[in-house]
Design a protein around this ligand. Structure first.
Ligand code: G3H
Ligand code: 13P
Ligand code: ZN
Length: 327
């Protein structure tokens, strides 16, 4: 057993309290490899932002569960060594079973999501409660989910979204004991969040549902998944250098900024990081065809991701400048 406190990590409790009081959101960035982790940690350290580094079931299998623990420990140490220490949460994204959540807790995760949102309501409650009971014994925080987001990725699949029903949230939170709740108000996973016809613009998020939820569970930390903006600069870069991402569109930054000032305390971003890295890698490979040293294309990709993270922390989530105060 590796307990997260022994490798310099923290759980999400204090971060969410501060985010709620301060009108900002904690960034939750997904990673699967060293360059992504370096970019996330140094982007957050340089903008003095608390951070949740998160790993899906597929990412954990890809990176290797033992290596991941050491990578997280190393990430904390790297920021500290640079004189830019920040609080770091290692979080399981979209955990789908008690066994997976338990295994993560035993290998240094300080926070887990148990996503029972596709299950019948009572089954979601039973599974979530079981994970909470285990996790809380180790002071690990737990995120549950009510409502379904659309989108298709390795481990997260749903054709259609179902908005969260505000009538269920109070019962769900009190019966499961979760520490935060992911909701569905119009975001979705991946790079194709809306199918827009000529002349159409992105529909606004359902802030009316969010307000209803806030009324039922005042002050309770809310999580927004599927919150990439699908940054057009990188979509265009990918398309320019041989890719094909026509029609990729995400959540406008002003919508996320507004969400961050509400009860939304955690905002999940994965696709934007993938787009930034892929755009830069394509650009280097296309413009320097004789290059074959991975550092020469992964390095610029890492730099682009770091800059994107600094921008998001400063201008979208508002988390910049709140790192050290939470240590
Ligand atoms: O919401 C899901 C995350 O973007 C992780 O995706 O299962 O492809 O690693 P993944
Ligand atoms: P995006 O696909 O919008 O980046 O969402 C990521 C996410 O919700 C991870 O859980
Ligand atoms: Zn998600």
């Amino acid at each position: 057993m590796v307990h997260y406190k022994d490798i310099g990590l923290v759980n999400s409790r204090k971060m969410f309290e501060a985010a709620h009081k301060g009108g900002f959101a904690i960034p939750a960035y997904n990673f699967n490899n060293m360059e992504q982790l370096q970019a996330i940690i140094m982007g957050c350290a340089e903008s003095d932002s608390p951070v949740i580094i998160q790993v899906s079931k597929g990412a954990r299998a890809y990176a290797n569960q033992t290596l991941l623990t050491y990578m997280a420990e190393g990430a904390v140490a790297m920021a500290k060594e640079a004189g830019l220490q920040i609080p770091v949460v290692l979080h399981l994204d979209h955990g789908d079973s008690f066994e997976l959540a338990k295994s993560c807790i035993e290998t240094g995760f300080s926070s887990v999501m148990i996503d029972g949102s596709h299950l019948p309501y009572e089954e979601n409650i039973a599974l979530t409660k079981k994970v909470v009971e285990y996790a809380h014994a180790y002071d690990v925080t737990v995120e549950g989910e009510l409502g379904v987001l659309a989108g298709i990725e390795d481990e997260v699949q749903s054709e259609k979204s179902h908005y969260t029903n505000p009538d269920e949230v109070e019962d769900f939170v009190s019966r499961t004991g979760v520490d935060s709740l992911a909701i569905s108000i119009g975001t979705s996973h991946g790079a194709y969040k809306f199918k827009l016809k000529e002349g159409e613009t992105v529909p606004p998020l359902r802030f009316d549902i969010l307000e209803e939820i806030e009324k039922r569970i005042p002050g309770f930390p809310i999580v927004l998944h599927g919150a990439s903006s699908v940054v057009q600069e990188f979509v265009q870069m990918i398309n320019k250098y041989g890719g094909n991402l026509d029609g990729a569109v995400g959540i406008p930054e002003d919508q996320l900024r507004k969400a961050a000032t509400s009860a939304v305390c955690k905002i999940n971003i994965d696709s934007d990081g993938r787009l930034a890295m892929t755009g830069k890698i394509r650009e280097v490979l296309a413009t320097k065809p004789s290059e074959f040293d991975p550092r020469k294309y992964l390095g610029p990709a890492r730099d682009a991701l770091k800059e994107l993270i600094i921008h998001k922390n400063r201008n979208v989530l508002g988390s910049a400048g709140h790192g050290k105060e939470l240590l």
